[in-house]
Design a protein around this ligand. Structure first.
Ligand SMILES: [Zn+2]
Length: 121
């Protein structure tokens, strides 16, 4: 969870609280999940863009190349070739829906910061 500095007392507080837990000063909640899907997250990647890529050309693994996971993209293309696109079109359709509906934090954790070679769902 991200932290912000309370402008009144200078304490570190979570960025998703409406009030400072130390001094009670009202804070502007800036939870990342309030961002629109096309706004870039902390990593500079937008889950809306990734979802659209997965939806339209997901069988080519473009969403993985966009997310900086070239190895996953190549594996995805190989699966497309082996399965005639059947498996990967189903996977990327589910990914597109998930990316659109999940929070920014979840998206970053699951697809951007994941150490998995091929983060699927
Ligand atoms: Zn405070």
């Amino acid at each position: 969870m991200a932290q912000i500095i309370c402008p009144k007392c200078g304490q570190q507080v979570p960025d998703n609280v409406a009030k400072c837990p130390f001094c009670g000063a009202p804070l502007q909640p800036v939870a990342a999940s309030q961002h629109g899907p096309f706004e870039a997250g902390p990593s500079g990647k937008s889950r809306g863009v990734a979802a659209l890529l997965a939806f339209f050309i997901g069988t080519l693994g473009i969403q993985y190349f966009y997310l900086g996971k070239a190895k996953a993209g190549i594996i995805f293309i190989l699966i497309t070739i082996v399965s005639c696109g059947i498996i990967t079109s189903i996977i990327s359709l589910i990914q597109a829906i998930m990316m659109f509906t999940m929070t920014e934090e979840k998206f970053e954790q699951k697809y951007v910061n994941s150490t998995s070679t091929l983060p699927l769902f």
